[in-house]
Ligand binder design. Sequence first.
Ligand code: FUL
Length: 593
Amino acid sequence: MKGNFFKALCLLTGYAVLSSCGPDAPAPYGAVPSPQQVEWQKMEMNMFCHFGPNTFTSAEWGTGQEDADIFNPSAMDCRQWASIAKAAGMKGIIITAKHHDGFCLWPNPVSRHTVAQSSWRDGKGDVLRELSDACREYGLEFGVYISPWDRNDPAYGTDEYNEVFRQTLASALGDYGPVFEQWFDGACGEGPNGKVQVYDWDLYHRTVYEYQPDAIIFSDTGPGCRWIGNEAGYAGRTCWSGLDTAGFAPGKSPHRDTLNCGNVHGKAWIPGEADVSIRPGWFYKDSENDKVKSLSDLLGIYYASVGRNSLLLLNVPPDKRGLIHSTDSLRLMEFRAALDKIFATDMSDGAAAEATAVRGDSPRFAASNILDDNYDSYWTTDDGVTGASLVVDLGAQKTFNRIMLQEYIPLGQRVARFSVDVRDLSGGWTRAAEGTTIGYKRILLTDRLTTDAVRINIEKSYACPVLNGFGLYLDEIMGETQAWDEPDDSGLVKESSEALVIDLEEMKAAEGFYYTPRKKGKGGCIISYDLEVSRDGETWTRIYSDKMFENIVNNPVRQEVRFDNPVELRHIRIIPLRTSADGTYGVADFGVL
Ligand code: FUL
């Protein structure tokens, strides 16, 4: 009604200024992002840096008993990290200011386990200072990971710890300029008193906002953004930014599949963030220098995160020198060059677009808005019109294999099903791709297609669809990659009561052993175990009792354990004590080093 009134007024008064006349913009639908969340989503790709005592001990989860002097980078230079992140096209860096071992990379006044207690730079070093300065210099945002789980703090396990943690947050967030993201891990353990810590999340969140009102808070359940449910960098093919959090908390999260896909009509806007390491582990290890992810792996991850309505947080862990290793930085530069090459040419540049329906028939909401570079101009339909097609006429035959679509998320996420057709030489349409959600950005991977027109069919939308971006690209680089979400049933599932045994058939001096769970941890993982070796298969010697594969549930990849000294053995067995599945565990590989 209002729209019609303005239209009449425009005609009467002869107004030609279309932006101030014509139909109103659609009302927001469902949960919508805050302005900070919209800006955060536009960052698309950030760098994660896991750095701390584990860098020097090759652990994934430090015990908290490490000597502070273990942290001693020989040539630390955060400007090197920032320059590499910038050149790789990252928009920000998030650093593990405090990991589960409790060691603080800044002189936290309420901790006795920090850089100030180490001899690195005579106890005067401060990684947060150097990194926040370097980020500012390179025009990057600065973010922090601060683990509430603390295996060092004597107060952990008591109420008092909540106050220690509040002051820890205040110190890290109050002193280093703007922090764009606060990363909270939900992990929780027992304190020295044997009691499980009860976290005061309300207090923690209030503290973050007190010092950094614009920060996005990451956790399993937000409130700013959510964990994507795996540490492999893959969002669901269906990925809603809405999430229902009632009854949940960080560490007590919805099912991983729910985190992966979000909730349709989810009550809160908590978009996905896909975190993954460029190496098998989160912390630097010399033994993983030849296991840095391939260019194809990184491109696959990009399409499965940024291309599925998520932000990509790619971990590039600095080494013992406090520098990013050349293997990792070279791979990042290859990755950047590949993205630049793929996305440099949009085959829809210069195209014309028409839609079967346009809101109020107004040019303000015309189909051509999906082709311009203005984020805030979009195509939409009248309220109640939830199915429509757009034809993008390319003007000539073009070849591509990536189709990019964007929904204008400030008005919410609406589209639940869509398809894309290409025009064939006889003028008919052939189905090229189908999808469910779009969200901030969706990139569909297709076979190589050659056509002069593309038709986007919005088949199901919970309110009038609102699209603001579209592109067609040719990726001639990505090779074979075994995607996280491709089926892979290799490996065995064993009963938890059964040991995992190998007979090497000859004596060997083993330096350690490795265990790889099945892909996605299917069938369960061994979490803790006893390890025994034997020369004859009858008399066994215990090497480890109740030892843990660190972080194996979230990151079910090959774990290598090195003995202090080589051990002469012919037989080796892992006796599972705790597994992640009820009564079973999976094995893709087990062997000695
Ligand atoms: C996990 C942690 O336990 C890992 O060590 C790592 O920091 C990862 C990003 O989050 O939950």
